[in-house]
Design a protein around this ligand. Structure first.
Ligand code: FAD
Length: 258
């Protein structure tokens, strides 16, 4: 099974700053692998261990320093990695990001069976990138994936989280999944993995390499316009009530109805 894994570098979450253009300030800020992508990586590597002759190729769209994160996922067991990087990608919204990553996957791994994404990135937090990639590649997608129940070369059986329960879904390959975190301590790389990852070459894809035009990517290819970005200020005038669930429901109803 050929697995494409999408991972994103995000600013250390306690330290998000905005530029004057309402985009996230990334220069000079410590970056980490998106926490959801740690679980997506584990999920992809678990699949690899269950299906003989599988490979995992990690993709990230980001600046050159995102190579550090790619080396980290290779040290955990990913076979190779692709950095999608070009100044023309700057200012991309989720639509342009989805188009760019899908073009890179199509170019580098045209015969992929599965694309694994995290459910959210902790900075942008839209959860749109995975579905956008699926849309550009015309793939079935399963979001909010919790667990793998069955896997073979033709399909996956997965459990996915719903608001009011868990659903079991069977999806034929090729397809795309977005993975939720699980209750376990993610693996740490072993020294052998770190050494072998440090020797591997990371393929870099520019806009020309993946066959896109300037108007299809970056700010020019982004239909979204951010007019304002701000932090939600907590309401410090909140009142606390200690009561049972029936009385609190009654009180809430009264408050809503004014
Ligand atoms: P989500 O959709 O929440 O991420 C879900 C999953 O998708 C992740 O777990 C991961 O598996 C995958 N994924 C997401 N992004 C990537 C990636 N880059 N590479 C590989 N996998 C990925 N950001 C900038 O850095 N610079 C800008 O100038 C900029 N300009 C923007 C302008 C506009 C108008 C808008 C709307 C956004 C802009 N952004 C910019 C944010 C950028 O579009 C998002 O960071 C990006 O599209 C991913 O969306 P998200 O963070 O909501 O990720």
């Amino acid at each position: 099974m050929k697995i494409a894994l999408c991972v994103k570098q995000v600013p250390d979450t306690d330290d998000i700053k905005w530029t004057e253009n309402n985009t996230i300030q990334r220069e000079g800020v410590e970056s980490v692998i998106n926490p959801y992508d740690v679980y997506a990586t584990e999920f992809a590597l678990d699949l690899k261990s269950k299906v003989p002759n599988s490979t995992v190729t990690a993709f990230t769209m980001g600046p050159p320093q995102a190579q550090d994160m790619l080396r980290k996922v290779m040290s955990l067991g990913c076979d190779d990695a692709v950095l999608i990087s070009d100044k023309k990608f700057a200012g991309a919204d989720t639509y342009a990001t989805g188009r760019t990553i899908s073009a890179a996957i199509k170019t580098v791994l045209p015969d992929f069976d599965l694309i694994v994404c995290g459910q959210f990135a902790t900075d942008g937090d839209t959860a749109q990138t995975g579905p956008s990639i699926a849309n550009f590649l015309d793939l079935a997608q399963v979001t909010y994936v919790q667990d793998l129940i069955e896997v073979n070369e033709k399909y996956l059986v997965l459990s996915k989280i719903l608001e009011d329960g868990i659903e079991t879904v069977k999806v034929e390959l090729p397809s795309l999944i977005c993975v939720m975190p699980k209750q376990f301590e993610p693996k740490r790389p072993l020294i052998d993995g770190v050494i072998s990852a440090s020797k591997k070459e990371i393929r870099v894809c520019t806009m020309e390499d993946i066959g896109l035009e300037p108007q299809m990517c970056g700010l020019k290819g982004s239909p979204t316009y951010v007019s304002r970005a701000f932090r939600n200020i907590a309401n410090h005038n909140a009142q606390k009530f200690k009561m049972n669930v029936f009385d609190s429901a009654k009180l809430l109803k009264e408050k809503i109805e004014g």
